[in-house]
Design a protein around this ligand. Structure first.
Ligand SMILES: [Zn+2]
Length: 287
């Protein structure tokens, strides 16, 4: 049985061409071609609610800047050139996660994904590191609004998720992060953990992170930021495939509802086709 992967053409709607603004379209094509057992679903009906949620976790001044392209320095604080297609694109990347959260919390399915990236470095009042709106914080707020009490943000993107931690409520959101790059490092408190891994001990750190999740769980919802950019730190495709199987099996064994985002993954050391293959490991592992 196939499951929902949220995507629409707005995900690639900016003129500014970069992996974060383009790769979802390539991955959607691979899913349409039947390379993994999943169904593309358009999240557009959740757009208005998501726009309200974005305004509830980001400052009005920042949201207005992104929407209008003014002031430009704020609209481009994620590192992209602003154009008229950018606002609907970055809203769509959050909308897919809100749609996924709404679906899994309704109980109609346990797992959903969104071909979203450019999320976890964004702050309430500005963008950072290719991240405009923090869709993980937006999704956590959506889940809280639906009555979810305990949420896990599992962030296995290569870079640390300091933006997300700065924007979510520590009383309801636990963040467990395995990173291979110190960018956006944050200070864990409470049940949080930030584990720094190398390409040698990577899967051991992932195991350690999942064991920590068990110590502080269970959770009503897992938001999984499934970045493939540890590849750029020397983590092999084979290790990333095992990582995705571990996370999928861990969540399934505990019956945790889970929504994943693609997150990082770049063509600096890979062709686009090879990058698509990496992200399909995530989509396939949860199928
Ligand atoms: Zn990253």
């Amino acid at each position: 049985m196939s499951y929902s992967i949220y995507y629409n053409q707005q995900y690639t709607g900016s003129e500014y061409a970069f992996d974060t603004t383009r790769k979802s379209g390539e991955i959607a094509t691979a899913i349409t071609d039947g390379r993994v057992e999943a169904a593309l679903v358009d999240p557009v009906e959740h757009t208005d609610r998501t726009t309200e949620l974005i305004r509830s976790v980001h400052t009005d001044g920042y949201v207005d800047a992104v929407v209008n392209g003014d002031p430009l320095h704020l609209a481009e604080s994620q590192g992209f050139s602003w154009d008229a297609g950018l606002p609907s694109m970055v809203i769509a990347h959050s909308t897919g996660l809100v749609a996924g959260v709404t679906e899994v919390l309704s109980g109609t399915s346990r797992v959903a994904g969104s071909l979203s990236s450019g999320l976890h470095h964004a702050r309430a009042a500005h963008g950072s590191g290719f991240c405009t709106f923090n869709g993980l914080a937006v999704a956590a707020r959506a889940a809280s609004d639906l009555g979810t009490e305990r949420i896990l943000v599992l962030d296995l993107d290569a870079h640390c998720g300091g933006g997300t931690r700065s924007m979510t409520d520590p009383s309801s959101v636990v963040q467990i992060d395995v990173s291979t790059n110190l960018f956006d490092r944050w200070a864990p408190t409470g049940d949080d953990a930030l584990l720094i891994a190398t390409s040698q001990d990577y899967l051991e750190r992932v195991d350690e992170a999942l064991a920590l999740c068990d110590q502080v769980g269970p959770f009503d919802l897992v938001l999984y930021n499934a970045g493939m950019d540890p590849f750029d730190s020397g983590v092999s495709k084979g290790m990333l495939e095992i990582r995705e199987q571990k996370v999928a099996e861990w969540a399934a064994a505990r019956e945790h509802p889970l929504v994943f985002a693609l997150a990082g993954g770049y063509t600096s050391r890979l062709s686009m086709a090879e990058l698509v293959d990496l992200h399909l490991l995530t989509v396939g592992a949860f199928a």
